[in-house]
Write a protein that binds this ligand. Structure first.
Ligand code: 7PM
Length: 263
């Protein structure tokens, strides 16, 4: 899953979408590099973010999805928590809902079911504005797994078939470095929920802090983290650097398929 750059200058006309070209070029480049999904964000999910009004989010994401829908063949993922955006995005050609709140907004379960789209349910402790203030767990892997199991059950009860659901531990969303490390090493426990696991570690603060790297210098660490996630059973890796990440994922897949010990 390639992360699409949605730069503020795409919206220089007071928040209105004006220039599709840079985003379309970037999406095409990621598709060319092997991305199977393009994730269209979603400024609201950044740590410290305080949320965007629905109309503003619609004004930003819907024209972007329409432009991308005609320009790339791979499914488009929409990063939103809002029922109205989910429905409009589906009508504009989105193929996946990526909800960092796991369909906990009022009306989100019903809206997601109505779209008929697959949904990624992500774990987050707290809300983006404050989630990194003092994240606390007694058993992070057990708590995240239990939360995702509960959200899978809630989605199923709302009429979304399990075959349409994915889970994501939400690296960096209300987690300190040791929590992220436990979730990465413990990813096989999440695969036991029986739905595909999505993992996003690309360029995250975890990589920066552990390695002492600023944002421009996190590629090697991000690829290493993606390799670990793939090795531990993640089915989808969310990443900025698609070509490099895909090499790591493909190498893990090869070892997984051929490394059984009968060479
Ligand atoms: C600053 C910090 C900017 C973090 C952006 C981010 C995930 C996601 C994001 C994830 C799923 C980023 C994050 N992360 N959706 N959206 N899983 N499903 O790296 O890990 O883009 S925002």
């Amino acid at each position: 899953m390639g992360i699409l750059n949605v730069t503020p200058d795409s919206f220089s006309d007071g928040g209105r979408f004006v220039g599709a070209q840079a985003a379309v070029d970037h999406a095409r480049a990621m598709q060319e590099a092997g991305a199977a999904i393009i994730d269209v964000g979603g400024e609201s999910s950044r740590p410290g973010a305080t949320g965007v009004p629905e109309q503003e989010e619609l004004d930003r994401v819907i024209p972007m999805l329409e432009a991308l829908h005609g320009a790339v063949e791979v499914p488009l993922s929409v990063d939103t928590t809002k029922p109205g955006v989910m429905k409009a995005a589906a009508a504009a050609g989105a193929g996946l809902i990526n909800d960092i709140t796991a369909l906990r907004s009022p009306g989100a379960l019903e809206a997601a079911r109505e779209t008929g789209l697959p949904v990624c349910l992500m774990h987050m402790q707290g809300a983006p504005a404050t989630m990194q203030d003092n994240p606390t767990y007694s058993d992070v892997l057990g708590e995240v797994t239990a939360f995702l199991r509960q959200r899978l059950d809630a989605a199923a009860a709302a009429g979304i078939p399990r075959s349409r659901l994915l889970v994501d531990p939400g690296f960096g969303f209300g987690k300190r470095d040791p929590h992220n490390a436990r979730l990465l090493a413990g990813l096989p426990a999440l695969t036991e929920l029986g739905v595909p696991v999505l993992a996003g570690l690309s360029r995250k603060s975890l990589v920066g802090r552990v390695l002492g790297r600023e944002l421009p210098d996190r590629l090697a660490g991000s690829v290493a983290a993606a390799a670990l996630a793939a090795w531990h059973g993640a089915s989808i890796i969310r990443a900025h650097d698609v070509a490099e990440t895909l090499d790591a994922v493909n190498l893990m897949a090869y070892v997984r398929q051929h490394g059984g010990g009968d060479a």
